[in-house]
Design a protein around this ligand. Sequence first.
Ligand SMILES: Nc1ncnc2c1ncn2[C@@H]1O[C@H](COP(=O)(O)OP(=O)(O)O)[C@@H](O)[C@H]1O
Ligand SMILES: O=C(OP(=O)(O)O)[C@H](O)COP(=O)(O)O
Length: 404
Amino acid sequence: MFNTIDDLDSEQRLLMRVDLNAPVDDGDVQDNRRFARHAETVAELTENDHAVALMAHQGRPGRDTFVTLEQHADILADHLDHPVEYVPSTYGEEALDATEDLESGDVLMLENVRMTDEELADLTPEEHGETEFVQTLAPEFDAYVNDGYSVAHRAHTSIVGFPQVMDSYAGSVMEDEYEYNTSIERREFDGKVTMALGGTKAEDVIAAMENLDEKVDQFLLGGIVGHLFLRAKGYEIGIDTPDGPGLYDESWEENEETIREVIETYGDRISLPVDVAREGEDGERVTERVENADHPDEYMDVGEATIDEYRPHIEESEAVLVKGALGVFEMEQFSYGTRGVLEAIAETDCYAVVGGGDTSRAVEMYDIGAEHFDHLSIAGGAYLRALTGAPLPAVEALEAAAER
Ligand SMILES: Nc1ncnc2c1ncn2[C@@H]1O[C@H](COP(=O)(O)OP(=O)(O)O)[C@@H](O)[C@H]1O
Ligand SMILES: O=C(OP(=O)(O)O)[C@H](O)COP(=O)(O)O
């Protein structure tokens, strides 16, 4: 087991990893439930007179969501009702100057850790611990805290490197999410178990499908993942065009073989959209049957007939697990699929868990009522991993640090 922040000595200088990875719309970072949840942990620490320097990431290099953390500091400050100083450096001179000035109760946001050379390097945890990033920052602090459960499935420097060389503790979000999500894996269900899978991260979803075959009776697919499965079935969907958003071909190349294997192995247990929706010339929602679809990279939601097929599966299930949105629910006219699934769950008394930093937000946005769900996880990929029983590198690193 790992140590938690309840085990900390008083007035410590803490280096803390959080996950504030959020959607970015035209350069504007969108608030999500991760900010509110981590703000609770930070507040608990500052109220106990600790000083906190935060490490977090945003996006992936090369994507348009890969931006600095300046806006994240402001959004977090609003949640905390307490200043959060942003420094445009992760472990350079400016960062070190700002850390030296940290006093009890202060909160500092270091720059996006994925802007360093080391964070995403292919290294063992021990090698991550020897990087300049770790060796420079670690001596400035008394202890390391990891609260970023939703990024616990990545073996990156800020996650597995620091616990190699520092006293390390889990924050409250890490502890709660870890305990809840791990407990789902151990749960036995007598009745049907259905899983609705969508969103953009095809590889995480497909890996989970391969490992959850004994636990899940029916998979309901939507989002980008659904489109890639439709492409595998020969429909004109999930294929990039020269001027389109470029969401598909790279994922397709990486996952085609596995998608075909998954279809081959679990064919009837996978429900695919029968209709999809896109934006028409006047901005209106246009729904097309998949066999008539001819706008390969423009579909932003599943259609009404799809939800009519998915709803009975939910109604007859003892448990429904959701990961990823079935459409671009942030736009009301493409929220039909995501809302349809969440509302169907809310109307039944099944055991229900919704995962995904973005997807769990839809419950709040459309007033579906958090009370209808047993757990709303702010994690996506990490939650899926936990359901399959796979270890999480962040948790392993915290446990190893506790044993030292
Ligand atoms: N058809 C689609 N086209 C583009 N984006 C989509 C589509 N369907 C779903 N999405 C997007 O997927 C995002 C959620 O995906 P993902 O990040 O994988 O899930 P989560 O954050 O819930 O773990 C949503 O923000 C939604 O806009
Ligand atoms: O948002 C995240 O994952 P999620 O969308 O699976 O919840 C995490 O911040 C991990 O980000 P990454 O998938 O770019 O490593």
